[in-house]
Design a binder for this molecule. Structure first.
Ligand code: 4NP
Length: 160
């Protein structure tokens, strides 16, 4: 039975949030927990709708054993605030947009991803789009840290 519905959000849905979706799914799968999670990603912007993840994002993820090539970009829709339990923003810009779009009763679902990685010492997963391959590796490091933290937070909060 699905108990956790998680939506990762960035600007274009071709770099950061597809990598977050892939890494978080990998964490959940490796714990044998896939049946209890619904995991997806979307962008606040619509420029890349229908596109696969950026070539550099696919390559960086593949380097860590994660295949994100089947993903296709989509833009967030109003229904996402109903369907998902947690809507996870990559940076403060995404967060502000989501808080503006979210119906009041669902605003508490909107969170900043790096809240779940307090040890990395920053708030934002930086946009790697205009940089080089090393930016994507740094983004993946941040995403891996926050994915582990998010999984732990969700599972520890379950009522047993
Ligand atoms: P993302 O990166 O938000 O991590 O997917 C971006 C991708 C595309 C654009 C901006 C950011 N863009 O402006 O096209």
């Amino acid at each position: 039975m699905i108990q956790h519905r998680i939506l990762f959000i960035c600007l274009g849905n071709i770099c950061r949030s597809p990598m977050a979706e892939g890494v978080f799914r990998h964490v959940v799968d490796s714990r044998g927990d896939a049946d209890r999670f619904l995991i997806d990603s979307a962008g606040v912007g619509g420029w890349h709708v229908g596109d696969p993840p950026d070539t550099r994002a696919r390559a960086a993820a593949r380097g860590r054993g994660i295949d994100i090539s089947a993903q296709r970009a989509r833009r967030i829709v109003g229904d996402d605030f109903e369907r998902f339990d947690a809507i996870i923003a990559m940076d403060d810009d995404n967060l502000a947009t989501l808080l503006r779009l979210a119906p009041e009763q669902h605003r508490s679902k909107v969170r900043l991803f790096l809240e779940f990685a307090p040890d990395v010492g920053r708030r934002d997963v930086p946009d790697p789009y205009y940089g080089g391959a090393d930016g994507f590796e740094h983004v993946l490091d941040l995403i891996e840290a926050a994915s582990g933290g998010l999984y732990t937070a969700l599972v520890e909060n379950e009522t047993r």
